[in-house]
Design a protein around this ligand. Structure first.
Ligand SMILES: *Cc1c(COP(=O)(O)O)cnc(C)c1O
Length: 424
């Protein structure tokens, strides 16, 4: 891969400007690694725990200890992490169905949840498929204010009028693919204190996807009852082959465990089939890998932003970051496609492939996706995608190593620059 002088110089300026920021990211990674290693030591992790079990999976020591470690690392009373959870959406589904009962209300206070939850909640999709709505669970929402803060008035109004029926207050930590700010753990802590101040009895559930290990504590440490995420994002460290997790209070996790397996069986069963080692290794790597992805995102913000190629970016390289997503707002179909082509060409797998916009089930516009990952759909590995509609936003995320992430971003910047006809 050959880079032009302009791209090489730009990457150098970016790294010079980001030196202090990168040092801060490394510090967070060190602290989180320390927390993970302390838990490994306290729970006496040993090689026997990586042995596979089959059938019911009774007495799978590796599974039980990993659950306990996960709880410690996430600042929770209890947790479970399973390779058999297929993605973040299923983990969220397990958590929500575990807690909610007919007649209850789920109240989302940080705007609309992630797209794949629409059908789970029953806001879209066919009636009768078994959504929460089909089971008599109602849904309320408070959007965030334009500046990204919580709409305290609306939240107060809903809790004061319907608080006795609210069972779950739902908060999505990362912006996901919405045009909003990602929440910091401190902000999540403040809003949890606020909703608790009304004295009602509900579970606070946080969609933790993309947020793990970007800070030195997780939402359970500031009062969340349940946090949920995917192992092919941050906490799998690029090592876990697949999976998901739920951590939280003992009761909330117990209820979710009855939905994971069955009422009564809970966490007593579940063969690990040899997946324990990659999940342990994934957690071990996760703080570091997340830091690599965050550095890659900062680099992208600089190189594509006002000090680089001149695109609008969100967040800018000067802002703190609480997830691994970088948006580049291109306002141009060609630029969006060029960025995706560059990311693909700068990937370790399928670098020879050219991504093309395509109609995708569940999306109203064509979508272009670039991913050359070892694990299918893994977004802790460098990837880029975006719907082909104004304002033509490329969402970038991941980077298993900063070096490979940097190559991917330089490649994307170069193809974008070529597509712009070398005009800044
Ligand atoms: C990725 C993600 C999910 C779950 O997506 P899956 O593709 O099912 O793993 C949920 N919420 C947010 C904010 C996400 O980023």
């Amino acid at each position: 891969m050959e880079f032009s002088e302009k791209i090489i110089t730009l990457a150098q300026s970016a790294e010079a400007a980001l030196a202090d920021t990168f040092a801060r990211v490394d510090k967070i990674s060190f602290e989180n690694t320390q927390r993970v290693m302390r838990a490994f030591a306290e729970h006496r992790v040993s090689e026997a725990m990586f042995n596979p079990t089959s059938g019911y999976g009774y007495d799978d020591r590796g599974r039980e200890v990993l659950d306990a470690i996960w709880a410690d690392v996430f600042g929770a009373e209890a947790a479970f992490v399973r390779h058999s959870i297929v993605n973040g959406t299923q983990a969220l589904t397990i958590g929500l169905f575990g807690l909610l009962r007919p007649g209850d209300i789920m109240f989302s206070i940080a705007g609309k949840p992630y797209d794949t939850l629409d059908e789970v909640i029953g806001n879209t999709g066919e009636a009768g498929n078994g959504s929460l709505r089909d089971f008599g669970v109602e849904y309320r929402q408070a959007d965030l204010n334009a500046d990204g803060s919580f709409d305290l008035e609306r939240i107060k109004e809903v809790i004061e009028t319907e608080g006795d029926r609210i069972k779950v207050v739902f908060i999505q930590r990362s912006k996901g693919y919405l045009n909003r700010k990602t929440l910091s753990v401190a902000q999540i802590g403040d809003i949890i204190s606020y909703v608790r101040s009304f004295g009602k009895d509900f579970y606070v559930v946080v969609d933790n996807c993309y947020g793990e290990f970007t800070e030195t504590r997780e939402p359970c440490a500031v009062g969340a009852d349940m946090v949920i995420g995917s192992l092919i994002k941050n906490p799998g460290g690029g090592m876990a082959e697949t999976g998901g997790y739920i951590a939280g209070t003992a009761r909330a996790v117990e209820l979710a465990s009855y939905r994971l397996t069955s009422v009564g069986c809970g966490l007593e069963v579940g063969a690990t089939l040899g997946q324990n080692k990659s999940m342990y290794k994934g957690l071990f790597y996760a703080p570091h890998t997340t830091a690599q992805a965050i550095k890659t995102a900062y680099l992208a913000a600089y190189m594509f932003g006002e000090d680089g190629l001149g695109f609008e970016v969100e967040p800018s390289w000067r802002e703190p970051r609480y997830d691994i997503i970088q948006a580049v707002i291109t306002h141009s179909r060609e630029s969006l496609c060029a960025i995706c082509r560059g990311i693909q060409a700068g990937s370790p797998v399928d670098a020879y492939v050219t991504p093309e916009p395509w109609a995708m089930p569940g999306y109203s516009d064509e979508v272009i996706m670039a991913a050359g990952a070892f694990t299918q759909g893994s977004s802790i590995e460098l990837s880029a995608d975006g719907p082909l509609r104004e304002p033509y936003i490329a969402y970038l995320q991941g980077g298993l190593t900063y070096e490979s992430g940097k190559i991917g971003i330089m490649s994307a910047a170069q193809t974008a620059l070529e597509a712009m006809g070398n005009v800044k």
